[in-house]
Ligand binder design. Structure first.
Ligand code: ATP
Ligand code: SF4
Ligand code: MG
Length: 383
């Protein structure tokens, strides 16, 4: 698939663009007040905290980050399933209103993680597709069956699937049906929220290949959400890395792997070789307490877990800035990370400012970000 990724033609025009997007959930309960020890503003959970990102026409953009970083919240806002607290979403250069009309909804479709719950078990595949094709007037009534068969073939299923119900299909086949349903209304953007995480390892590669071929053949723009980089390494043109409600690094895939400019991305890449054969279902977990979205750390939000942190990182919140061609990072030391690595001596901090006692203690015990791997979602499905 790597060669295919390199060959894909891309138009540099953005099909989707989000700017300074925030999503705050206001949660009021005595339990939350106790958990946040009054530190948070009365149970305000900042799921997205100033997200800037663009999806280019005809690209697969991977969105990667650990659990709770805000990936699904962003995906839901993009498809109009949730409204943002502030910020903007533009589609084809036009602002998307909070309440979208039918055509605006049609053009951005979503494929969910769980193919079991995302399909109505009481409706046959043929009825499901017919309903959509007629509702959105995709083809004349007389062409509905032919169009349904075309859609099924597109996702690798046969005509006889029209008469069947979702329960008669395996997990991989159901995800193919969910993709056919999303494609039925001829969207120009597909948002896929961890579409292979619930599938058996043996099926995942075939679904990933399906996304790659659909992008090539239909020129779709795809935002592909995953919680580890191994899944998207050979699939995506670009990767955006999300941490605690914000994009912290974005670059073309090869550049990101060769030249990561954020310590969090480095940790994600370091975790890949430690994963087992079933890596796609595994999630990296960084050492250190994950910060709470109720109480985002001051300064750089990654500083409590960052082995490169200096005094400046505790007070300055880094913006996403250019560090190379088509490469942005939100790290104060994006250009200096190699120098840190080359000089693991704790006194290295002097190059960037006086180290605190905490700096020295931390570097003495931790010279690299350590990752462990936990197995999540162990559901068995077959193709
Ligand atoms: N409807 C909601 N009400 C309150 N909090 C929510 C809601 N949806 C999400 N959150 C919180 O927002 C944060 C981001 O959640 P989100 O589901 O977007 O993360 P994610 O990156 O998709 O995680 P995962 O990899 O586990 O799917 C989390 O702290 C989550 O608990
Ligand atoms: S700004 Fe500082 S704390 Fe944040 S990622 Fe960069 S080095 Fe680490
Ligand atoms: Mg999610």
């Amino acid at each position: 698939m790597t060669a295919a990724r390199q060959d894909a033609t891309q138009d540099s025009t953005d099909v989707l663009r989000v700017a300074d997007l925030t999503k705050v959930y206001a949660l009021h309960s005595p339990v939350i007040s106790r958990l946040t020890r009054g530190g948070a503003r009365d149970g305000q959970l900042r799921a997205l905290d100033g997200v800037d990102l663009e999806l280019r026409r005809g690209e697969i953009l991977a969105l990667v980050g650990e659990s709770g970083s805000g990936k699904s919240t962003l995906a839901k806002i993009l498809v109009g399933g949730q409204t943002a607290t502030s910020g903007s979403v533009h589609h084809d250069g036009h602002p998307m209103p909070a309440h979208r009309d039918r055509d605006q909804r049609r053009r951005i479709q979503m494929v969910f993680q769980d193919p079991y719950s995302s399909l109505n078990p009481r409706i046959s595949v043929g009825s499901m597709l017919r309903e959509l094709l007629l509702l959105h007037r995709v083809v004349p009534r007389r062409d509905v069956r032919a169009e349904s068969v075309r859609l099924l073939n597109l996702v690798g299923l046969e005509e006889d699937a029209l008469e069947a119900y979702p329960s008669q299909f395996s997990g991989g086949q159901r995800q193919r049906l969910a993709i056919a349903r999303a494609l039925a209304v001829r969207p120009d953007v597909l948002i896929a929220d961890e579409p292979v995480s619930a599938l058996d390892v043996s099926v995942q590669a075939t679904i990933l290949e399906l996304f790659a071929s659909l992008q090539r053949e239909l020129g779709l723009s795809i935002l592909f959400v995953a919680h580890n980089l191994a899944v998207v390494q050979h699939l995506s043109h670009r990767v955006a890395v999300m941490y605690l409600g914000r994009i912290v690094e974005v670059a073309e895939t090869a550049e990101l792997f060769a030249n990561p400019r954020h310590p969090y991305t480095r940790a994600l890449i370091d975790s890949i070789p430690r994963m087992s054969v079933g890596s796609i279902n595994e999630e990296f977990v960084l050492e250190g307490e994950p910060p709470s979205p109720f109480d985002v750390p001051a300064g750089c939000r990654f500083h409590p877990r960052c082995p490169y942190a200096t005094d400046a990182c505790r007070t300055t919140d880094p913006a996403l800035a250019d560090v190379a061609r088509e490469h942005r990072s939100a790290c104060l030391h994006a250009s200096d990370l190699d120098a840190f690595d080359a000089a693991p001596d704790p006194r290295r901090s002097l190059e960037f400012g006086s180290p605190t006692t905490a700096d020295l203690e931390r570097v003495a015990t931790t010279t690299t970000v350590t990752t462990t791997v936990t197995t999540t979602k162990d559901r068995s499905t077959s193709a």
